[in-house]
Ligand binder design. Structure first.
Ligand SMILES: *[C@@H]1O[C@H](CO)[C@@H](O)[C@H](O)[C@H]1NC(C)=O
Ligand SMILES: *[C@@H]1O[C@H](CO)[C@@H](O)[C@H](O)[C@H]1NC(C)=O
Ligand SMILES: *[C@@H]1O[C@H](CO)[C@@H](O)[C@H](O)[C@H]1NC(C)=O
Ligand SMILES: *[C@@H]1O[C@H](CO)[C@@H](O)[C@H](O)[C@H]1NC(C)=O
Ligand SMILES: *[C@@H]1O[C@H](CO)[C@@H](O)[C@H](O)[C@H]1NC(C)=O
Ligand SMILES: *[C@@H]1O[C@H](CO)[C@@H](O)[C@H](O)[C@H]1NC(C)=O
Ligand SMILES: *[C@@H]1O[C@H](CO)[C@@H](O)[C@H](O)[C@H]1NC(C)=O
Length: 819
């Protein structure tokens, strides 16, 4: 890959005075609201509703030839603006009215149409061993790409890729939790004019400039996309765009995704937008589960699990009874969304708010949903944020009540869509003085990130150094999912809290907002408010309340359920070729990747760095920003990757879960939330904040030329499946047993591109992401140095090509913090 062309100048940051003035006019500006042609629906987020809003579901049945109730295998989903208002009213306590109002992207499905709710449907994938489709229409208002009037790749003014928040209304789709073809055969957007599958109607204006930059041409387009292609981009809705393709909702450009599915293990994945530059701004309010149900296996849960040994036969049977009564797709889904709107003491947006607002707010490249741009280029906010706090929602509601019965297991599928921060979930009783006391409840973990644990269940237990008792807590980083059984033994009213558990932010080592534990209390000197979720019962708590947990009496029936011992059943993961690690090809290909803090404090004193000082402090991988390096993976190989700095940066590889081969003691000595042999697709070990002693603040140092500190090495293994055309259905007998297995095809192997990145999504936008080139056997890159990435031992010298590059992302440095 050629080096990146020079980047463009940053837009001028909006001055603080302007921001303050802007807040004053914000309420009035709200009335001006939407751009012409688009009318945002208004949704008042339910505050403390007495019932948990359920997540609607849409089943995607196999295509023709497969068994009963053939529901369509394709769902239409649009991305469209919605105006969210959150107002605690007097419930905030002390006569204050904590509120927030802003316009944001959300998903709306034609098949679970609920226009007055934020929560989109969970897609239930009955289409295993076949394929399913999602037609995604972009109805966000038109915004030309940030390089306009030049289109991407046109010349030095418009590199093919740029980093930092940009192109905020362009969108596409990414799925977690499937073993699926990455689809992309090049890094380029296959939906732009001139590409064979771009899908423009006859007579469309096919000028690239018009496509990327002009609101005056139609966005009518139906682009066919294969697999989990995150390199395709959907054009936003131009005002007055006509659309008349049969079967497709009217709207802007439509990306019609076809996903081939082999034998996928039952579990919960999710889908969210993934256009580089707009991931951090769109995902917080657009994302929903994808569920592979147990029912696609001929024997359901009984073919997925077996007794762990001869002594656990009856207990395993009892566990399977609990699971069969609450199958994955009908158990309680809890989707956590984070809305990043914290203000600093001086009234300016905090570091976590900035990516949510889309850019260092100012100039013309702000989101038209959030700002009006005046003729003189000034961006005037049209959101209203008097509370200046962060918010977490569950299923689109604020602090809803979840009802369970005493001593009976409830199966929860928890999805953390938060784009930064982490959760340490416990169930607590709130005492009259606002203090929190652990309730008599426990979590039994069944699976993580859509893959069952090798042995189930695992009663979660954490005991940080210096504490005297175990606590049952569930730690979830960004993008993580957990399949858990929850049981409380005493009737009463409790809360599902984050920040009341055994772990806390180590504010000495965590100096950036993204590494905070959600709900934690920032140091008084920071002047930062707690989250809105810390407001509960008229009090300001020391932890965030995500939901109220009402534990009801059981009555005579059913019988109380006894605690499960650990590991009574074994998961038959070997049934799924991509999880059957003992059969992976050998020898494995070793590679190493470090998340690194690009450019450290020491550089400020050195002339070459001084000039770059406004660019220090963002996440890179092996000191490279997107797309200056590539990870090479030969299709058909086993990969073993060493990863560093997952304390601060959640590692996410597209298209496959990875198996934990080794974990650092800083994680395993204090909790059993993660164990060797678990599978995950986003690896984040935030408890290492308290166990790793970094030489410098932030991500393992980062000063020019200094050695890279590390204490949190994780090793993972995974199978780089051959992605032959047409769709692979997997060689597993499972598909044959279903009567849908395809004959093995020996079609020509084709190069594929996917990515891996930090799942702090603003870091992804900033360039903390690498392309992964899945090359075909015999097609290795000619420069062997390109193969087998190695972690650098040192940070680059100041001013060296690997040191920080000028970038549009200025905000970290403006606020003087490290990532
Ligand atoms: C709180 O403020 C919001 C937004 O300003 C307003 O819509 C709402 O009516 C207020 N609620 C109360 C109880 O004052
Ligand atoms: C396409 O649209 C652009 C921008 O509106 C315009 O300049 C150009 O002439 C159009 N091309 C055609 C072939 O209509
Ligand atoms: C779009 O049309 C309007 C009105 O005709 C014109 O003022 C504007 O310059 C056009 N924009 C582009 C990018 O062609
Ligand atoms: C831009 O225009 C607005 C409205 O006329 C004005 O209030 C503001 O001061 C102007 N800003 C600059 C930087 O000129
Ligand atoms: C209300 O005021 C009391 C007394 O000053 C204080 O302890 C409490 O934290 C306040 N609650 C909120 C929600 O601000
Ligand atoms: C927090 O991190 C610092 C710096 O790494 C370390 O010295 C300290 O022991 C940690 N605090 C706790 C409570 O572990
Ligand atoms: C595919 O190729 C392998 C190895 O060359 C061969 O054994 C197999 O029979 C082929 N399968 C088909 C369906 O052609």
């Amino acid at each position: 890959m050629s080096p990146m062309p020079p980047r463009r100048q940053q837009p001028h940051p909006l001055s603080q005075q302007l921001l303050l003035a802007a807040v004053v006019v914000a309420a009035a500006a709200l009335l001006l609201a939407m751009p012409p042609g688009a009318h945002a629906i208004s949704i008042a987020v339910p505050i403390r509703p007495p019932q948990l809003p359920s997540v609607p579901t849409v089943r995607l049945q196999s295509a023709p030839g497969s068994p009963p109730s053939p529901s369509p295998a394709t769902v239409d989903i649009s991305v469209e603006p919605v105006e969210l208002t959150l107002s605690l009213g007097l419930a905030a306590g002390n006569g204050t009215n904590t509120s927030l109002s802003f316009t944001t992207p959300r998903y709306l499905s034609s098949r679970a149409g609920s226009t007055d709710k934020l929560q989109p449907p969970a897609l239930i994938l009955d289409a295993v061993c076949n394929s399913f489709g999602v037609r995604l229409s972009n109805n966000l208002p038109f915004q030309g790409v940030s390089t306009c009037p030049f289109y991407p790749g046109q010349n030095a003014e418009a590199p093919q890729f740029e980093n930092g928040p940009h192109d905020l209304e362009w969108t596409n789709l990414h799925t977690h939790g499937l073993k699926v073809d990455p689809g992309a055969v090049s890094l380029n957007n296959i939906c732009e004019p001139g590409q064979p599958t771009a899908g423009f109607p006859n007579g469309a204006n096919t000028s690239l400039n018009a496509y990327y930059c002009s609101p005056n041409v139609s966005s009518s387009q139906l682009c066919e996309v294969f697999g989990d292609n995150v390199l395709a981009n959907g054009r936003p809705l131009a005002p007055g765009t006509p659309y008349s393709t049969p079967g497709v909702a009217p709207g802007g450009a439509t990306l019609s995704y076809t996903y081939p599915l082999g034998a996928v293990v039952p579990g919960m994945g999710w889908y969210h937008p993934h256009t580089h530059g707009s991931v951090g701004i769109q995902t917080p309010t657009a994302g929903a589960p994808l569920i592979v149900p147990e029912s696609w296996l001929s024997g359901g849960v009984t073919s997925l699990y077996e007794p762990a040994d001869t002594t656990t036969v009856s207990e395993c049977a009892r566990l399977l009874g609990v699971l069969s009564a609450q199958p994955l797709e009908s158990s309680t889904i809890l989707q956590v969304n984070g809305l990043w709107f914290r203000k600093r003491a001086d009234g300016t947006p905090d570091d976590d708010s900035l990516p949510f607002l889309g850019a260092a707010p100012g100039g013309t490249q702000v989101s038209p949903l959030l700002y009006d741009v005046l003729p003189n280029g000034t961006a005037v906010p049209k959101f209203s944020n008097p509370a200046g706090r962060d918010w977490a929602l569950i299923n689109g509601a604020f602090q809803p009540t979840i009802s369970i019965a005493e001593r009976i297991y409830a199966r929860w599928e928890i999805l953390n869509t938060m784009t930064m921060k982490w959760l340490d979930l416990t169930i607590q009783q709130v005492l009259p003085d606002g203090s929190l006391r652990p309730a008599d409840c426990g979590f039994w973990l069944l699976g993580r990130d859509g893959v069952p644990l090798p042995k189930v269940p695992r009663r979660l237990a954490s005991q940080p150094a210096g504490t005297s008792a175990f606590t049952s807590d569930l730690i979830l980083g960004p993008a993580n999912r957990a399949d858990v059984l929850v049981k409380c033994n005493t009737p009463g009213t409790y809360v599902l809290a984050s920040g009341a558990g055994p772990f806390h932010t180590n504010y000495t080592s965590c100096t950036a907002v993204h590494c905070e534990l959600f709900g934690d209390v920032p140091p008084a000197t920071s002047g930062l408010p707690r989250s809105a979720n810390n407001l509960y019962g008229g009090l300001e708590l020391t932890a965030a309340v995500l939901a109220v947990v009402q534990v009801g009496r059981r009555g005579a029936n059913p019988l109380a359920q006894a605690d499960f011992d650990n590991e009574v059943c074994r998961s038959r993961l070997e049934l799924f070729p991509y999880l059957d690690y003992l059969s992976f090809p050998t020898p494995a290909v070793p590679q190493c990747f470090s998340f690194m803090n690009q450019q450290g404090v020491a550089c400020l004193a050195v002339p070459p760095c001084q000039s770059l000082r406004t660019h220090r402090g963002f996440c890179s991988i092996n000191s490279q920003l997107f797309p200056t390096a590539t990870a090479y993976v030969e299709q058909g190989t086993q990969q073993v990757w060493e990863l560093h700095d997952t304390t601060f940066h959640p590692f996410h590889l597209h298209e496959t879960p990875v198996r934990l081969v080794s974990l650092p003691p800083c994680a395993t000595s204090v909790t059993n939330n993660w164990a060797k042999e678990d599978w995950m697709d986003a690896i984040h070990l935030p408890v290492c904040q308290n166990g790793c002693i970094w030489a410098d603040q932030g991500s393992g140092g980062g000063q020019c030329g200094s050695s890279v500190e590390r204490c949190d090495t994780v090793e993972v293994q995974w199978l780089a499946t051959m992605f032959n055309m047409p769709a692979p259905r997997g060689s597993s007998d499972l598909c044959a047993a279903r009567g849908t297995a395809a004959a093995a095809t020996n079609a020509t192997c084709t190069t594929r591109y996917s990515v891996f990145h930090c799942h702090i999504l603003p870091h992804e936008d900033e360039g903390c992401i690498w392309p992964v080139k899945w090359y075909c056997p015999g097609d290795a890159p000619t420069d062997p140095a390109q193969l087998n990435a190695q972690c650098p031992a040192n940070y680059p010298d100041c001013g060296s090509p690997g040191a920080a590059r000028p970038d549009k992302t200025v905000r970290r440095s403006l606020l003087g913090r490290n990532v």
